[in-house]
Design a protein around this ligand. Structure first.
Ligand code: F6P
Length: 479
């Protein structure tokens, strides 16, 4: 049932699983907030500061009920998730059903009807919060796989809105998507949007093909016609908008004296290895961390890399620790690291420096600057912003990026050394090539990479998405 627009609603409403702030509770249970450093926050901060905006999202703590509050002129609207919602909607359906399904079923997706019920219930809650905060004719931008039903729920409540949705992770081919028992409902949920953005052209094409096979809607190129021949007929556009980072800010950060000095210090602390290799990931089974460490271990074993002259720093930030597949992965990675260090380490030198921690941006920039070779070997990744951060940090035009062809970034980052992470022998050759790369060739590659990353930054990404959304003709009289 449609509801009326609120009198003091916002012109732009972002809807994402998480709010752009991290909540911490003190001993008395009182919340305080700090800005979270995520890419989406950076991307949207300038747009939000120009517009009367609201951000609807979860505060990150189960059971936390809070009134909306203002941060730098943006109204933050917390959505409450109970313990059961977190377990079934977030850890369950989002991260143990959709996440593995949409990442090539690298881990087996779990299908549970109770999880699906929770996903629907929570999506409806997010839609209601957005509907209650959007001005008449406002633009609402919904983000990611946790909230695929929000566009249709929201359209039913507020047909006057212009609704955009951006999918940050891969969208799978029909043959995989079709496993989902609720596949049709998910497609219908997404089709509530006017514009559906994907990371790659291939993701958008997968979606349109799925629409053709699972519905009887008419499609023409990227356009899908909904409610054809009725007064509510409209067109939905499915298009690629590859996301990026705040490349200039990152470039500037990496040029600061503090970061430059820290980079040198990191190398010294590691015993001045001849070659420093780096991996930076959330500890997630999609990231190919095991494949990478296995290839590295074999290179040491074969004597193609010297265990005393080489160090691999692997930052693996803790993630989704209540989900079984993530717990298993942690055990597997730590076993492998222990074996390699046990076999090839010496007193005072471990060939793998494994850090199960998160670090501030300054430390990450210093690590990128210190590394001779950056290893991004994801088995499947929507984009991979670490690859772009490495490039943005390298104003010295040195270093080499080894990049999995199964990342969205591989479509853009010409100049990287592409690998198939399933091919361990091929990956060993690529790592060897990168380690011994001629400095002139490395510079040529890095220049090309930097041109792309610095021209296509996150402001360009959000600008392009929002202009395309604004260009969509919307019913109900607003231009
Ligand atoms: O890449 C998808 C994504 O959901 C991001 O939006 C998010 O920053 C990251 O994964 C971590 O996910 P979570 O919010 O589950 O910790």
């Amino acid at each position: 049932m449609p509801i009326d627009a609120p009198r003091d609603g916002q012109d732009l409403v972002v809807v994402a699983n998480r709010l752009p702030v991290d909540v911490t509770l003190d001993e008395a249970g009182e919340p305080s907030w700090t800005r979270s450093p995520g890419g989406l926050v950076t991307a949207l901060a300038p747009v939000m500061s120009r517009t009367k905006g609201a951000w609807v999202g979860w505060g990150g703590s189960p059971g936390l009920e809070l009134e909306p509050f203002d941060v730098d002129g943006t109204e933050l609207v917390p959505v409450m998730l109970t313990d059961t919602d977190v377990e079934r909607y977030y850890e369950g359906f989002s991260n143990d059903t959709l996440w593995p399904l949409y990442h090539d079923v690298i881990a087996p997706p779990q299908f549970h009807r109770q999880w699906w019920d929770a996903y629907q219930r929570v999506n409806e809650r997010f839609a209601q919060a957005a509907a209650a905060n959007a001005a008449h004719g406002a633009t609402v931008w919904v983000h990611d796989y946790q909230l695929q039903l929000v566009p249709a729920f929201l359209r039913a409540l507020r047909p006057d809105l212009r609704i955009g949705y951006f999918h940050h992770i891969p969208f799978p081919p029909l043959e995989i998507f079709a496993q989902l028992p609720w596949r049709k409902q998910v497609v219908e949920g997404l089709l509530g949007a006017d514009l559906i953005g994907f990371q790659r052209g291939g993701d958008a094409a997968n979606f349109v093909r799925i629409v053709r096979r699972l519905t009887d809607l008419t499609t023409r190129g990227q356009m899908i016609t909904v409610d054809e021949g009725t007064p509510s007929q409209r067109h939905v556009r499915a298009q690629a908008f590859p996301i990026s980072i705040d490349s200039h800010a990152f470039d500037q950060l990496a040029r600061t004296q503090a970061v430059q000095e820290r980079a040198l210090e990191i190398r010294r602390e590691l015993g001045d290895p001849e070659y420093l290799l780096l991996g930076v990931d959330r500890l997630d089974y999609t990231k190919g961390i095991r494949h990478r460490i296995k290839a590295y271990g074999e290179l040491l074993e074969d004597g193609r890399l010297s265990a005393t002259q080489t160090t691999l720093v692997q930052v693996a930030s803790p993630s989704r620790e209540n989900v079984g597949a993530y717990q298993q992965l942690r055990d597997d990675v730590e076993l492998l690291v222990g074996r390699i260090n046990g076999d090839h380490g010496q007193v005072g030198h471990a060939p793998v420096q494994y850090l199960h921690q998160s670090f501030p941006m300054e430390e990450m920039a210093a690590l990128y600057l210190a590394a001779d070779v950056m290893l991004v070997t994801a088995l499947r990744d929507g984009m991979n912003l670490v690859a772009k951060e490495y490039v943005a940090a390298r104003s010295d035009e040195r270093g080499c990026l080894v990049l999995s062809e199964f990342t969205g970034a591989a479509d853009e980052l010409v100049g990287s050394v592409l690998v198939n992470p399933h091919d361990i022998s091929g990956m060993k050759d690529a790592i060897t090539y990168a380690v011994h790369l001629d400095p002139r060739e490395a510079r040529k590659r890095m220049r090309r990479l930097r041109r792309r990353v610095l021209t296509h930054d996150v402001a360009a990404w959000s600008g392009q998405f929002l202009s395309a959304l604004t260009a969509v003709p919307v019913r109900d009289g607003h231009a």
